[in-house]
Design a protein around this ligand. Structure first.
Ligand code: 0O2
Length: 268
C-alpha cells in the first residue's frame, strides 16, 4: 500500500477548519456589533490527530484507501451556545449557506434523540468548498453544535472514555448518564431566566464599550490639554464607575466625547 503523506493530506482540512472558524466568528461579531444576542458563544476547530483517524477507521472497518472519502469528521468544528434554543438558530444559519460555500450531507439531532451515553449535541456533516490554489476544494467536515452545559459533560465523558479505553464500568456509565440529565436540567432552568441573562450581558457589554470610549478619549486628551483638567476628568470617571450608574456613565461619555471633539482628538 502507498505510504500516506499525512502532512500533505491533512493540509486542506486544516485550511477548511481555519476558514470556517473565521466565518463563524465573524457571524458572532456581526451580532455583537448590532447589539443583538448572538446564538454563537464560542467557535472551536480541530483536525483529527492521525492516531484518532486510524483508531476510528479501524473501529468502523474503513480501508486505508477510503479514509479520506468516508471519515466525515477529520475536519471538525464545534459551536458552543448559551441556550438550547440557540442550537436551532445556529442550525438555521448553517442551512442558509446551503449551495453557497457548503452542502449539507447529513444532520443528526442528538439533542432530541439523546445517545444512550447521555450525549447531547446537534451534528451537521457538510462538504465545504475551501479556497485552494486551483479554485475550490471540497472538504468533508462535521459541525457539532451544543450548549455550554452539554459541552462540559461531553468533554468530561470523552476524557473518561480514554482513561477506560472505551470500556466504562457500568456504575460510571449510570453516574455519567445522571450527570447528563442534570446538565440538561440546568439548560432548561437557564432558558426560563434567559431574558434576564441576556439583559445582564447587554448591560455589561454597553458598560465595557462606554469605559473603552472614555479611556481612549481621556488618553488622547492628555496630549492636547492641560494635565490638571484631564486629571479632574479621570477622578470623576473613577467616581462614576464606582457608583455603577449606567446613565451617569453614558452622560460622562458624551461629555468627554464633546471635549475630545473640541480638541479634534475624539475616539470613534
Ligand atoms: P472525537 O475524538 O471527539 O473526534 P456512533 O458510534 O456511530 O454512534 P460515530 O460514528 O463516531 O458514533 O458518529 P457520531 O455519532 O456522529 O459521533 C461523532 C462524534 O460525536 C464523536 O467523534 C464525538 O466527538 C461525538 N460523540 C458522539 N457520541 C459521543 C458520546 O457518547 N460522548 C462524547 N463525549 N462524544 C460523543 P469521535 O471520533 O468519537 O471522537
Amino acid at each position: 500500500m502507498e505510504l500516506i503523506n499525512w502532512e500533505e493530506k491533512l493540509l486542506p482540512y486544516r485550511q477548511a477548519v481555519d476558514e470556517l472558524v473565521v466565518k463563524l466568528e465573524n457571524i458572532k461579531r456581526e451580532y455583537e456589533t448590532f447589539k443583538l444576542a448572538s446564538p454563537i458563544e464560542e467557535v472551536h476547530g480541530r483536525v483529527k490527530s492521525v492516531a484518532s483517524i486510524l483508531d476510528k477507521a479501524s473501529r468502523r472497518n474503513i480501508p486505508m484507501e477510503n479514509i479520506f472519502d468516508e471519515l466525515e469528521d477529520i475536519a471538525g468544528i464545534r459551536i458552543i451556545c448559551r441556550f438550547v434554543e440557540d442550537i436551532e438558530r445556529v442550525v438555521n444559519i448553517i442551512r442558509k449557506r446551503q449551495g453557497l460555500d457548503l452542502n449539507i450531507i447529513q444532520e443528526e439531532d442528538y439533542v432530541t434523540n439523546t445517545k444512550a451515553s447521555g450525549y447531547r449535541s446537534y451534528h451537521i456533516t457538510i462538504r465545504y468548498a475551501m479556497a485552494a490554489l486551483d479554485g475550490t476544494k471540497s472538504i468533508m467536515c462535521e459541525i457539532q453544535i451544543r450548549t455550554m452545559a452539554m459541552n462540559f459533560w461531553a468533554s468530561i465523558e470523552h476524557s473518561l472514555r480514554y482513561k477506560y479505553s472505551g470500556n466504562l464500568p457500568d456504575t460510571l456509565k449510570t453516574r455519567l448518564r445522571n450527570c447528563a440529565d442534570a446538565a440538561f436540567q440546568l439548560d432548561t432552568e437557564m432558558a426560563t431566566i434567559r431574558d434576564d441573562i441576556i439583559e445582564a450581558k447587554l448591560i455589561s457589554q454597553t458598560k465595557n464599550n462606554l469605559v473603552d470610549n472614555i479611556v481612549k478619549n481621556l488618553h488622547n486628551l492628555h496630549y492636547m490639554t492641560n494635565m490638571e483638567k484631564v486629571s479632574g476628568l479621570n477622578r470623576r470617571f473613577i467616581e462614576i464607575y464606582q457608583d455603577g450608574d449606567l446613565d451617569e456613565l453614558k452622560a460622562f461619555d458624551n461629555k468627554v466625547s464633546t471635549i475630545a471633539k473640541l480638541y479634534k482628538v475624539e475616539y470613534v
